[in-house]
Design a protein around this ligand. Sequence first.
Ligand SMILES: [Zn+2]
Length: 409
Amino acid sequence: MSAPHCRLCSAPLVDTFVDLGMSPPCESYLTADQLDTAETFYPLHVRICARCLLVQLPAYIDAGDIFSHYAYFSSYSDSWVAHAKGFVEEAVGRLGLGPDSFIVEVASNDGYLLEHVVHRGIRALGIEPAANVAEAAVARGVPTEVVFLGEATGADVAARHGAADLVVANNVFAHVPDIVDFARGLRRLVADGGTVTIEIPHLLRLIEGNEYDTIYHEHYSYLSLLTTQRVLAEAGLVVVDVEELPTHGGSLRTWSMPAESATPPSAAVAAVLADERAAGLSTLEGHAGFALAVARVRNDLVEFLVERSRRGETVVAYGAPGKGNTLLNHCGVRSDLVAFSVDRNPFKQGRFLPGTHIPIHAPEALAEARPDYVLIMPWNLREEISDQLSYVRDWGGRLVVALPRLEIL
Ligand SMILES: [Zn+2]
């Protein structure tokens, strides 16, 4: 790969935000017979553009490879389905949408969100690049186009279906390599007086919470409201309002309109921008402390695990989420330090974590092994999981989280 350039402003990327070394793609769980074959590792070197401040990971892995075989069905997560339903209610009320309206969702997955639009008698269209996932959406009554959104495909869809009153792009914006072409696609899809909503993990929360395990190859851009505004401006869209959400460790939901028809930005926009400025996100230097904070997290976790090993105590992991793989690979943890992981997802059981080759068992394995420590990987669910795992204390076991800092609960 030649020297990377900024995907927003094309300036050469010379400054590092954080370099997490080499890691395999975080969702590439291995079967037993793959353990003795070569495994491909890619850089996780996150840069920051000195000119426009976009924090970004170069597209080390082709997005077509990832999304065309995407195995994740959104409806499998109860809390996510509830989040989608709440969003539809809010958007329909706020924008006064009715039977004559048209809503398009980009990265519509299996139709878990647009289903609520269809039920309200509002015309809906999904855009989803993974054909097998789109089929599931069509089966539940959500018309879906199998295509990657860009300026050309956005214009094509709008020509055939009409422009939309609302275009929804929740949790996809940070995951497209050519973010400017994608934003122009959104502009092509939306009507001149229409609205575009985007949800993104908020860079401010990532930095405040040391959430570096949310860095992985499919997550190309790490956005603040400031840089989101800059990307959307390239496509002729203006952010008119913003909400702060607790999802994904802290997210933003922006409401944007075409520049020609945009209403003045709300007080919330000014407030979030002021928070970002106060945290240093309006300057290059303001981003400099993150790499040090990450090194501290790694040192604390490795020291804890080595010390347990010296004492002959056992540590296992609870949960095998994709993002846990960033942490374990960055810390160089293998099954000598974390004996195994357990996960409720049957697809993952019997497989091995990419890179670290830590085996994944069913949750019942915890009570059989009676480990001294259980490391909770989805730290954002620590309260809920601590309750589920209260039985670990029956044999004197303790629960641990590594983020935002190492803590024995
Ligand atoms: Zn730039």
